[in-house]
Design a protein around this ligand. Structure first.
Ligand SMILES: N[C@H](CCC[C@H](N)C(=O)O)C(=O)O
Length: 269
């Protein structure tokens, strides 16, 4: 079964045109979440932070189903939305300015060559200065739930250890949250993210970058657009208005390769 691998600032995704149901046929009797885990596994599978199915929609250019690499379903994914938009445009599934259905609501995007700008759903549940695991943190839902922790020295943070502690904190149960550690610089913010559903640090997180930019802007009076430096030094840009009604994420994508999944992948342990 054909798939494409596209990454956005290091957050990488397997994207499948499932309008004909080929992914469901490929899964056969295997549960979808177990197939997603096998395909996303870094060593025995293709390897990715997430898997995206493009499907038909009655109300938009297409609908998507987004899975984290652990097989869990997430309502939204900012970098995944950018990569899926590029896929849809270049495969003739949608025009360069498109709208697609997600569990978080309708998302709009515009493809400009490798760069894609996505309008996210309006953020909700903003809570500044809450206590979790003895730390002063902030919380906002930018399509998926995010904790934002402002730190002095980002490179000294044990993202895996502290990220996991906050991700599973009672304060954010039962759904949990992604955890973003943010250092505010003069001309940008630097962000490192422990991602729910990947259960580890990813090289970038789009909705996390948006959450971090909005919280940093509220606390440090940063003027949008906010430049966000992610894992490997790549940049995302976050635009938003005062009322947080028009929130955009913009950045590059790289179409890595096209491949073909074989059924014997499913047979293994
Ligand atoms: N792991 C996230 C979904 C993907 C978010 C991230 N990859 C992005 O670019 O927004 C969650 O389960 O909430």
């Amino acid at each position: 079964m054909e798939f494409s691998k596209i990454q956005g600032t290091g957050n990488d995704f397997i994207i499948i045109d499932n309008r004909d149901g080929k992914f469901d046929k490929f899964c056969g009797d295997f549960p979808v979440d177990s197939v997603v885990r096998k395909v996303c596994e870094r060593r025995r599978g293709v390897g990715a932070d997430g898997l995206i199915l493009i499907e038909s929609s009655e109300v938009a250019d297409f609908k998507w189903r987004f899975f984290n690499s652990d097989g869990s379903v997430a309502e939204m994914c900012g970098n995944g939305a950018r990569c899926a938009s590029r896929f849809a445009y270049e495969r003739g599934i949608a025009p360069e300015r498109m709208r697609f259905e997600t569990l978080a609501g309708i998302v709009e995007s515009e493809v400009r060559g490798p760069s894609v700008k996505v309008r996210l759903t309006p953020p909700t549940d903003l809570k500044l200065n809450i206590n979790a695991e003895g730390l002063n943190v902030h919380y906002i839902n930018t399509g998926v739930p995010h904790v934002v922790v402002l730190v002095e020295r980002l490179d000294q943070i044990d993202v895996e250890k502290l990220g996991r502690k906050l991700r599973f904190s009672e304060v954010f149960s039962p759904k949990g949250a992604n955890v973003n550690f943010v250092e505010v610089m003069l001309d940008r913010i630097r962000v490192r993210t422990y991602e729910r559903g990947v259960e580890g640090e990813t090289l970038a997180c789009g909705t996390g970058s948006v959450a971090s930019a909005i919280v940093s802007s509220l606390i440090f009076k940063l003027k949008p657009p906010v430049e966000v430096e992610v894992g490997m030094g790549e940049r995302l840009r976050v635009y938003f208005d005062g009322e947080l009604r028009e929130v955009f994420l913009e950045g590059p994508t790289v179409w890595v390769y096209d491949g073909k999944l074989r059924e014997e992948l499913l047979g293994g342990a």
